[in-house]
Ligand binder design. Structure first.
Ligand SMILES: Nc1ncnc2c1ncn2[C@@H]1O[C@H](COP(=O)(O)OP(=O)(O)OP(=O)(O)O)[C@@H](O)[C@H]1O
Length: 305
């Protein structure tokens, strides 16, 4: 019997992107491999400058890779976009400020030949109540919502969002993800770039963690959360030798920063390590905290190198 293999929604093979600015080269993406199956919801998580937007732009055919190949639904990005199977909500790209919300959605709906979906999409994205408002008068969060509505008009198989909640307050952010959840049905593939671990956690089954142009972790969001949710612990030592011995306490200990005799570590069992720091290694001024995402990146980047 023939086995039916579905084409990947997104496939990136050893993709690199180097920007050449005046006198310097910036390696924004340093050879990444990424396969995303149809129907998956994936977060592209990383700090500023990690290469998320560059990756998204290459998936959308807005930027050409310097090396490697990008396929979207088995085609070139441009073919996939022109077939209407892929939509995006980007950070850049303005809206016409003088049109009302409804006019905006209608114009784009008509351009896509999907005027029939205008009402439904406005309803689903919560725009009906501000239909008559001029776009220029809408808040940053509302404008993001309009962009989201425009992206949904062609009923795309693949939806790509680059920091969709940028500029939204906590409430608007929560509402947005509630709407997104309703849209993530029927086998739609969704990829979104974000700075926020919480957004990945609340919404994505898989998280791809990027740092400095590389993928430093890729897996179930839940597993990644555990990885990231270790503990940070810092202590001041009496001597270098004590600090070095403390580093050997167990395999989970990672040195993240050092200022003189003040050492910052990451570990999995902070209670045991804190006790050992006090009793065995003559540590003082001990502080325990949850690490920031930045700390986690440092640790994961080290692990990956
Ligand atoms: N057109 C460009 N010319 C030169 N350098 C660029 C260009 N676009 C991006 N870069 C650089 O490439 C690196 C990756 O940028 P990118 O915007 O992809 O990161 P990001 O993860 O999306 O960051 P952010 O979260 O801040 O949007 C950065 O160092 C950035 O300055």
């Amino acid at each position: 019997m023939e086995t039916l293999m579905k084409t990947d929604a997104i496939s990136l093979s050893t993709v690199k992107k180097t920007f050449v600015a005046k006198h310097a080269k910036v390696e924004a993406v340093k050879g990444i491999n990424l396969q995303i199956a149809q129907g998956q919801i994936v977060a592209l998580l990383g700090p500023n400058g990690a290469g998320k937007t560059t990756t998204v732009d290459m998936i959308l055919g807005l930027t050409q890779p310097s090396a490697g190949t990008v396929h979207v639904l088995g085609q070139s990005p441009r073919q996939a976009i022109s077939s209407g199977q892929v939509s995006a909500v980007l950070q850049t790209g303005g809206l016409l400020r003088d049109l009302t919300v409804q006019e905006t959605v209608k114009v784009i709906g008509t351009m896509h030949g999907r005027a029939d979906r205008v009402r439904e999409v406005m309803e689903r994205t919560g725009l009906t109540k501000i239909a008559k408002r001029r776009v220029g008068k809408c808040s940053g969060g509302e404008q993001q919502r309009i962009k989201f509505a425009l992206a949904l008009l062609p009923d795309p198989d693949v939806l790509i969002l680059d920091e969709p909640t940028a500029g939204m307050d906590v409430m608007a952010r929560r509402d947005f993800w509630q709407t997104m959840r309703a849209e993530a049905t029927g086998g739609r593939t969704i990829i979104f770039a974000t700075h926020y671990l919480e957004e990945a956690q609340a919404f994505a089954e898989r998280t791809v963690l990027m740092s400095q142009g590389r993928i430093v972790a890729d897996g179930a969001t839940e597993e990644l959360r555990h990885l990231i949710n270790g503990r940070s612990i810092s202590a001041t030592f009496c001597s270098e030798a004590d600090a070095q011995q403390a580093l050997g306490f167990d395999e989970s200990i990672v040195l993240t920063e050092q200022q003189g005799l003040r050492y910052h570590f990451q570990c999995t069992d902070s209670d045991q390590f804190a006790l050992a720091l006090l009793q065995q290694y003559r540590g003082r001024d001990i502080e325990i905290s949850s690490p920031s995402l930045e700390d986690a990146f440092i640790q994961l980047t080290k692990d990956a190198s």
